[in-house]
Design a protein around this ligand. Structure first.
Ligand code: CUA
Length: 613
């Protein structure tokens, strides 16, 4: 489950029954459920079951994962699975509008063939494509959910499971023949038709939901499958089939009524056609072997049209080779006119581009920063939050908790001392409020890597097995002194005693160095005052981005003042070493203040801020 407020993965669920599935996110119209079909039939248990018992003990299935809108999480306790025969179920789609409450899942290898080249049997690919048709599985999830709610569904291993017999008795599951080895199954925006593309066929098949419902109502079934599931005849369910090219895979819809785009794998092209008239309108060549397709909101009730992205599996001669693995390719196609036109190629380094979805940017409301001290994974305040000046290290036996902070450009604490064998937890809060002011945290030898966005508190725990010196540092180029954003974890051997209290001294500073630095600082302050004057004479409070920057700048200026006092105190004692170093820190804070101020000023200038009295 990926949260679109921060695009972070918040939850990973594991199917209690299936051992594989075909990746894709198919949600019911109000995100009540997410459909996940099993791909390769297998026993539901983790026990050994010989292949001779394939027909009896191996199973496919379809899980409807319940989504809790309130919590923003999948609720496994309210999730149910429909047991299916050991056909290889594949992609799915949920009905909408008139077909709301129903789901559609296709399959391949309804032959239930099991290969075994080493046993002298023809391979899977021969036996799994010998029949002319496979089965479209039609499921009534709304009725199934009611049965679950009424307590009529039993749990297996703590999960609701509806056996095939119960699904048949309750009218939850029907089969319809579909073209050989199909791939995509897509419900049209009006919810009245279902388009299935058979990748070993050259046709896209358009089914009528109305006809399917009539066949179910009149119990007009041609037969049952070996498990007793009613099969609706093709003639009773099919509206039309259209020759769209060799190897059709996926369908995406246009904003224009009736217009659909189908990716054609073998012919390497996109076919634009009309599922109401059955007419092919246009084709465009693709480079090469297009798989998935993505039109702007092309899976919804109201597709946005305009653009289409072909997600291609091969790129062959399209780009300079970078070794045996060539990039995958995304191709952007303009679909605003009658003819499609290719406008852009975008190679990707890795992985087959898969079931992508486009959402209008203005429908998203991503967060700019977290509430201070936020655990983004749990979506709640972290108990390990630390505030500026309140950083600390707490020890309980061999358990060490470090409550630290990150702000340009230092990590507090900068030195952490522990003993070998300690279990160390480091909790870091990013104190920044400005947009995109992220700090990272990495450490040598401990497999630690954190991304800490503004407001976030991130934690990591590890056991220090070996005594040694472990440098840590920021991994985001956050300011001119990003490289200086560093520290040391010192893991002392058991029984180690510090030898001397003498601090390490590097470069030495004089009174002249101090005076020179103070002069620079006073000049820098004049620049800051000018920028502050500029911002405060504008309506900057109307710009949330600038408000964040000003808050950060105010923090930094406060720290600068604190360092200035320390510098002056050291100078009064003629401790020129510390006087110079604190004067320099005073200046570092000024530089960050000035940087934030200039970013704020630029934002105001670019966004038409007005002068106020
Ligand atoms: Cu913080 Cu680089």
């Amino acid at each position: 489950m990926v949260d679109l407020h921060d695009f972070e993965t918040k939850q990973i669920v594991v199917n209690p029954f299936f051992k594989s599935d075909h990746g894709g996110c198919f949600v019911t119209p109000n995100t009540e459920y997410i459909m996940e079909a099993s791909q390769y039939a297998a026993p539901y248990s983790t026990d050994f079951v010989p292949l001779e018992e394939f027909n009896e003990k191996y199973r496919g299935g379809l899980t409807y994962w319940k989504f809790d809108m309130e919590k923003g999480r999948i609720d496994p306790a309210q999730t149910f699975t429909l047991e299916f025969p050991p056909y290889s179920q594949d992609l799915s789609d949920a009905g909408k509008g008139p077909s709301y409450g129903w789901g559609f899942t296709n399959s391949f290898c309804s032959e239930r063939y099991v290969g075994g080249i080493e046993r002298g049997r023809p391979p899977f690919e021969a036996g799994c494509s010998s029949k002319d048709t496979d089965f479209l599985h039609v499921t009534n999830w709304k009725k199934a959910a009611e049965l679950v709610k009424a307590g009529k569904v039993k749990k297996v291993n703590g999960h609701y499971l509806i056996p095939i017999e119960q699904a048949i008795d309750e009218g939850l599951l029907f089969l319809v023949p579909e073209p050989k080895s199909p791939h995509g199954v897509d419900v049209t925006p009006d919810g009245k038709s279902i388009i299935v593309a058979g990748k070993l066929d050259s046709h896209a098949w358009v089914y009528s939901f109305d006809k399917i419902m009539k066949a179910i109502k009149n119990e007009n079934f041609e037969s049952t499958d070996p498990y007793g599931i009613p099969i609706i005849s093709l003639e009773a369910a099919l509206d039309k089939s259209v020759n769209v090219g060799l190897g059709p895979l996926h369908n995406q819809f246009d904003s224009e009524d009736g217009v659909v785009y189908t990716s054609i794998y073998v012919d390497s092209q996109i076919t634009k056609w009309n599922y109401r008239t059955g007419k092919v309108l246009d084709t465009i060549p693709i480079h090469y072997n297009v798989g998935h397709l993505m039109a702007m909101e092309g899976d919804t009730k109201h597709p946005d049209g305009k653009y289409l992205v072909a997600l291609n599996k091969l790129s062959i001669d399209r780009f300079n080779p970078v070794g045996p693995l060539h990039p995958q390719n995304h191709q952007l196609i303009d679909i605003r006119g009658d003819k499609m036109s290719l406008i852009y190629d975008m190679p990707l380094p890795l992985g087959e581009p898969h079931y992508a979805a486009a959402i209008r940017a203005d429908k998203l409301a991503p967060a700019v920063r977290y509430k201070s001290g936020w655990n983004s994974r749990a979506d709640q305040r972290s108990p390990y939050k630390a505030r500026a000046g309140r950083e600390r290290v707490e020890r309980d036996g061999n358990k060490v908790d470090v409550y630290g902070t990150l702000i340009r450009s230092h990590i507090t604490p900068e030195i952490i001392e522990v003993t070998e064998g300690d279990v160390v937890s480091i909790h870091l809060t990013n104190l920044e409020r400005a947009e995109d002011e992220v700090h990272g945290f990495a450490m040598y030898g401990q497999n630690v890597q954190l991304s800490v966005e503004p407001g976030k508190t991130a934690s990591t725990t590890f056991t220090v097995e070996e005594p040694g010196v472990y440098p840590y540092y920021c991994t985001e180029f956050c300011s001119a002194l990003h490289l200086e954003m560093q520290g040391y974890l010192l893991v002392q051997p058991k029984g180690y005693k510090a030898k001397a209290t003498l601090e390490h001294v590097g470069h030495k500073y004089t009174e002249a160095d101090y005076n020179k630095q103070v002069k620079t600082n006073l000049e820098t302050q004049e620049v800051i005052d000018m920028v502050v004057g500029y911002i405060t004479s504008r309506n900057y409070k109307d710009f949330p981005t600038v408000v964040g920057l000003v808050e950060d700048a105010t923090d930094q200026l406060g720290f600068a003042d604190d360092s200035r006092k320390k510098a002056e105190a050291a100078a009064a004692k003629k401790d020129w070493q510390n006087a110079m170093l604190w004067a320099n820190q005073w200046w570092q804070y000024q530089v960050k203040t000035a940087d934030l101020g200039l970013r704020a000023k630029t934002h105001l200038d670019e966004n038409g801020a007005k002068k106020i009295k």
